[in-house]
Ligand binder design. Structure first.
Ligand code: HEC
Ligand code: HEC
Length: 246
């Protein structure tokens, strides 16, 4: 293996017997290579967000050294699961420069996830891990226009109270707060135009439901896990489906 030979060279003069490294280290090293080839140009080689292309990018490439993630299936404040990270990498993030990496071989995606988890000390502490929240099945009425109507109206009322201050009454991201919201790094973090076709967290009903449970850590988008019931969350999903422009 190349990296083993390279290390042998660094120890020039000393005869080193080949040692069987644990699988996880091989995966991290492979992941480091995949990261340098595909991700470092934006995220920086050490994941500090300062890649060559990062200058002027909005939103900025994430500082992966912070260990704070927006797109998770875990409760607010906790680290994402491997599946969450893979979903982000495979899908990319709409309305941002983060591209899709669906073309990477599956083992490279697994490896780059293993590498990502070495970039922040948050991954060393068990108190930062949590089981993913379970998502209820999509209600049958959601795809039946007539049956969904009362739910849309209920969702619209909830939206006016809980969401419009940031996302605007028409959910188009136009609100008086829009230009004032900032993220953890004090960078502008405008509220999403929820009528747009592509959403970062995914635009399927279940994706919107998940964001309402988890919130988007490091941004003003809060978790509504305690504030709303499952029924109310589906009503909001129904309303947002009705305002989407496609
Ligand atoms: C062309 C630039 C670019 C490249 C290349 C890129 N990213 Fe990103 N990435 C971004 C930007 C910009 C964001 C922030 C998007 C946001 O916060 O809305 C981001 C965010 C992320 C996040 C944060 C997700 C979360 O839940 O908060 C992860 C993880 C990530 N990228 C991993 C990767 C990996 C792994 C690769 C390589 C396989 C990669 N990125 C390549 C620009 C890039
Ligand atoms: C305090 C301001 C605030 C409130 C209140 C708020 N949001 Fe958000 N929301 C945001 C911001 C800011 C973002 C964008 C975060 C980003 O892209 O980094 C966001 C993102 C989202 C997203 C994800 C968009 C995507 O691209 O995937 C959804 C869905 C969403 N909000 C729905 C809602 C709903 C529904 C409510 C009310 C129950 C609500 N938000 C309340 C500020 C807010």
């Amino acid at each position: 293996m190349l990296w083993r030979r390279a290390r042998g060279l660094a120890w020039a003069g000393v005869v080193v017997a080949p040692v069987a490294e644990p699988l996880v280290n091989e995966q991290v090293l492979r992941g480091n290579y995949v990261f340098e080839q595909n991700c470092a140009v934006c995220h920086g080689r050490r994941g500090d967000g300062r890649g060559d292309m990062a200058e002027g990018m909005r939103p900025k490439p994430r500082k992966l050294t912070l260990g704070i993630f927006k797109f998770r299936s875990t409760p607010t404040g906790f680290l994402p699961t491997d599946d969450d990270l893979e979903r982000t990498i495979l899908r990319g993030l709409a309305n941002s420069s983060m591209p899709t990496f669906a073309h990477l071989p599956a083992r490279d995606v697994t490896a780059v996830v293993a590498f990502l988890k070495t970039l922040s000390p948050r991954w060393l502490h068990s108190e930062n891990f949590a089981e993913p929240l379970s998502l209820p099945a999509e209600p049958e009425w959601l795809t039946d226009a007539a049956a969904a109507k009362p739910h849309q109206l209920a969702g619209q009322k909830l939206f006016a109270v809980q969401c419009a201050a940031c996302h605007g009454t028409r959910a188009d991201g136009q609100s008086s707060l829009a230009t004032e919201l900032v993220d953890l790094a004090e960078e502008p973090c405008p509220p999403t135009d929820l009528t747009s076709e592509a959403l970062k967290a995914g635009a399927e009903p279940v994706d919107i439901f998940r964001v309402l449970l988890t919130g988007m850590d490091g941004t003003p988008m809060p978790s509504f896990r305690d504030g709303l019931s499952d029924e109310e969350r589906w009503d909001l999903v129904a309303f947002l489906r009705s305002v989407r422009t496609h």
